[in-house]
Design a binder for this molecule. Structure first.
Ligand code: HEM
Length: 146
């Protein structure tokens, strides 16, 4: 059982790495998207799509392994750091789906202002990284907030 729990913690931490790390590639890629020709643009856009897909899948793995840790481990679901993480998680879910996916969908519309959309994407990436780091802190420190 201990070995099993350790394995889930390992999977959980690997998915945390994979759901934060690729975001740091997003900003330099977004920066390079400004004023490029169409073929370079579509190459960078497909990199952005891959990054978002990795972050999304590992985010799902993170939540599933987190739930398994609560179900099988010593921590109660009502511990304040778990509840605070869940609250931030809901926020970041909203950010990732609306902030990235909707903006990227708009990118190809002829009436869209690409410069503005890239600024929004960049800001969303920073907010998302901020939220992920807050959750990372809550998970590592496990503070009793109330
Ligand atoms: C559904 C949401 C989540 C739940 C229920 C959850 C649950 C847990 C639990 C119970 C542990 C304790 C494992 C142990 O030490 O025995 C843990 C550890 C950890 N979690 Fe989460 N987690 C969630 C989301 C996250 C997120 C979003 C991140 C990263 C941003 C994250 C990163 C970590 C890390 C790095 C550890 C290892 C910390 C340590 O034990 O020193 N978790 N998680």
């Amino acid at each position: 059982m201990n070995y099993m729990y350790g394995t889930i913690v390992f999977v959980h931490v690997v998915s945390a790495v994979l759901s934060i790390g690729p975001l740091f590639l997003l900003m330099p890629t977004i920066k390079r998207l400004r004023n490029v020709d169409v073929s370079t643009e579509s190459a960078y856009l497909s990199v952005i799509h891959v990054i978002i897909r990795i972050v999304m899948h590992s985010g799902h793995m993170l939540v599933i392994s987190g739930v398994l840790l609560i179900l099988t481990g010593p921590w109660p679901w009502y511990a304040s750091w778990v509840i605070a993480t869940l609250a931030v998680l809901l926020l970041s879910g909203v950010f990732l789906s609306t902030g990235f996916t909707k903006v990227l969908r708009k990118y190809h519309l002829p009436e869209s202002n690409k410069g503005d959309l890239l600024t929004i994407l960049n800001r969303t990436s920073w907010i998302y990284i901020g939220l992920m780091l807050i959750m990372l802190w809550l998970m590592v420190q496990k503070p009793m907030l109330w």
